[in-house]
Write a protein that binds this ligand. Structure first.
Ligand code: FMN
Length: 213
């Protein structure tokens, strides 16, 4: 039997009140169990301390995740696959995650963001509050990277329960009132397993193609 192709997965997210952070942890743990090397990273907070302190759920999440390293551009170079997470902000990506993406222009110019696997995850307060538009907005950037999108689709029976083929998502009811539960955790497992599997296949295929040249 051949040794499995090594796969590096970066899970890079922003979360104010902890919902997206919970999904990020599940994705990271599943990717690790699937044999990947994993970097779990949160992007830099841009909100003023007074805003964080004024919201107990936000302050609690900031404290609980203080040990998770901040994402740097090097994490993108290192990764074969990147799972990006952001809560919905008016149906769009948060400014915090966008700011991180905006620091990657140099790498983009060097072509170092292309030929990687990308996938996304999100949360919103309400059921039709913009999860799909947030993920599609995120995926605009992945196209500009020259990335390979690996969305979950309906590739597992559980996808007919969580109902989001674009990526793992959770309805939080606001500031984490509706905790991440089994349906969302299952969606995260399915997504992470698929990302690792497809990234491994892509790397193997690219290596074989190079050998043929
Ligand atoms: C400025 C702002 C805009 C938001 N816009 C929406 C929205 O359009 N639709 C929605 O359902 N929730 C919206 N939310 C709620 C968050 O998306 C939701 O609370 C999410 O679960 C937060 O994720 P987090 O716990 O990881 O921070 C918004 C929150 C903020 C602060």
């Amino acid at each position: 039997m051949t040794t499995p192709t090594p796969v590096n997965v970066a899970v890079i997210y922003y979360s104010s009140t902890g919902t997206v952070a919970e999904i990020a942890k599940e994705l990271a743990e599943t990717a690790e169990r699937s044999g990947a090397e994993v970097r779990l990273r949160r992007v830099q907070e841009l909100a003023p301390q007074s805003a964080i302190d004024s919201n107990p759920a936000w302050a609690a999440n900031a404290k609980a995740t203080a040990d998770i390293p901040e994402a740097t551009p090097d994490d993108m170079v290192w990764a074969d696959a990147v799972l990006f997470g952001s809560p919905t902000r008016y149906g769009n990506v948060t400014s915090q995650l966008k700011q991180y993406l905006d620091t990657l222009g140099g790498l983009w110019q060097e072509g170092k963001l292309a030929d990687k696997v990308y996938s996304g995850f999100t949360a919103s307060a309400t059921l039709h509050g913009g999860q799909e538009s947030t993920l599609l907005a995120l995926y605009n950037t992945m196209h500009h990277f020259g990335g390979i999108l690996v969305a979950p689709g309906y590739t597992d029976p559980s996808k007919f329960t969580d109902g989001n083929p674009y990526g793992t998502s959770h309805v939080s009811g606001g500031e984490g009132e509706l905790a991440v539960e089994e349906t969302t955790l299952t969606a995260a497992k399915v997504q992470a397993e698929r990302v690792v599997k497809m990234t491994r296949a892509l790397k193997r295929g690219l290596a074989a193609a190079e050998d043929e040249d």
